[in-house]
Ligand binder design. Structure first.
Ligand SMILES: [Fe+2]
Length: 159
């Protein structure tokens, strides 16, 4: 087994960095969804939702950087162009969303896709004994599950 400088299987590290690049593209779509609803939200809940969406995109922005730097740590190259992101993302794209219910629904639908990808990476990183990626996914999943619960509570829907 060929190991790299951080003691991980070189081939598995490459595979994980590819998976993380997919997560990165999807995260950037989620981030841009949040910018869109932060800007375009209208109605009586504007003053509550406008800053809430800002809080979420600031958090997403930090996570995007963590994902990209993990890819580099594993020896990969993070995707960084809008074209790469739109070509490699499955997160639904929200456009001109002004209604609060639709904005919250977009967050839930985006996070559902991210969670699915992260669970895949959680499993693959466990198999590769890649603790760094594994604990990152574990933290993301815990936080995002809680956000989904809160958004579903806001929608008055069951999780
Ligand atoms: Fe703003």
């Amino acid at each position: 087994m060929k190991t790299n400088s951080i003691g991980l299987n070189a081939e598995k590290s490459q595979e994980l960095s590819t998976d993380l690049n997919s997560l990165l593209a999807n995260f950037q779509t989620y981030y841009q969804n949040l910018r869109g609803i932060h800007w375009n939200i209208k109605g009586k809940r504007f003053f509550e939702l406008h800053p809430k969406f800002e809080e979420l995109y600031n958090d997403a922005n930090i996570k995007v950087d963590e994902i990209a730097e993990r890819i580099l740590t594993l020896g990969g190259v993070p995707q960084h162009t809008f074209k790469d992101y739109s070509d490699n993302s499955q997160v639904p794209v929200g456009k001109n969303i002004t209604k609060d219910d639709e904005a919250i629904r977009l967050i839930v639908d985006s996070l559902s896709v991210l969670l699915q990808i992260e669970r895949g990476i959680l499993e693959a990183s466990d198999e590769a004994s890649d603790e760094g990626t594994n604990s990152m996914m574990s933290d993301f999943i815990t936080e995002q599950e809680k956000t989904v619960w809160m958004m579903k509570a806001w929608l008055a829907e069951e999780i």
